[in-house]
Write a protein that binds this ligand. Structure first.
Ligand code: ADP
Ligand code: MG
Length: 236
């Protein structure tokens, strides 16, 4: 599905240069469910943004399928994003003055799908996340868990092969987090590759594998599945 080979990323802050990702090596197979853990500031979001082609990197190689993702034009990057990748964020990133249905349908609007057709498809995706009756509600009328379900429905509507979720349960209580992980597990079972950045060991343990970042370096990967109870749980 994707591979990073000695990827480095720097942020230039004034005259200084911050080395945020250091020779990151990473391979994720088709259909995997992977957690990325690490302390705040360790480079998790930067890594996810590179994987999502929302940001570029300075050296190394990022292969998405058979394509080298490097210094793409914004049009090309957007094309790959729309065809391959769905995003889920901690703060949901819903448009506040759009209904749940309109938020889910938004990616189809950018694809030029007619209003009637996109509402029809968006209704199916809302139903899939258990929110059929909430179609006409605004985000402000919904709970955090419901808003994240709307965001997940929106991430799925373009039929992505890869879902990138940056702390998707970071703003939710533990019971709601569990429900969101149930939903992501269900999505994973349909064959979609899922990468979840998290601080929460309870979230990581629901995935098949945990990758740990420390100061921009991958510090070792282990199976987090219950079939490996002897392995230590990654704690940031
Ligand atoms: P995490 O998601 O693990 O908390 P980030 O990837 O957000 O970490 O950040 C990694 C490091 O890069 C941090 O030191 C952060 O302050 C810095 N950083 C992140 N984004 C920028 C940016 N746009 N400009 C400058 N520094 C940044
Ligand atoms: Mg982050």
């Amino acid at each position: 599905m994707l591979r990073l080979d000695k990827v480095n990323k720097y942020y230039r802050v004034g005259t200084h240069s911050l080395h945020v990702l250091r020779d990151v090596e990473l391979e994720v197979a088709d259909g995997e469910f992977v957690a990325i853990m690490g302390a705040s500031g360790s480079g998790k979001s930067t890594l996810l943004n590179i994987l999502g082609i929302l940001d570029d990197y300075d050296s190394g190689e990022y292969w998405l399928g058979d394509t080298l993702i490097r210094s793409l034009s914004e049009a090309k990057a957007a094309n790959y994003r729309n065809r391959f990748i769905g995003f889920v964020f901690q703060s949901f990133n819903l448009l506040p003055f759009k209904t749940a249905l309109e938020n889910v349908a938004l990616p189809l609007y950018y694809q030029g799908v007619t209003r009637r057709k996109r509402n029809q498809i968006a209704t199916q995706y809302l139903e899939r996340v258990g929110l059929r009756d909430w179609a006409e509600h605004l985000p402000s009328e919904m709970s955090g868990g419901q808003k994240q379900r709307v965001a997940i429905a929106r991430s799925l509507i373009g039929k992505p092969r890869l879902i990138l979720a940056d702390e998707p349960t970071g703003a939710l209580d533990s019971e709601t987090s569990k429900q969101i992980m149930d939903l992501l597990s269900e999505i994973h079972r349909t064959g979609i590759t899922v990468l979840v950045v998290t601080h929460d060991p309870e979230v990581a343990i629901r995935t098949q594998r945990t990758i740990r970042l420390r100061d921009g370096k991958v510090v070792g990967a282990h199976e987090a599945s219950l079939s490996n109870p002897g392995m230590p749980v990654a704690v940031p």
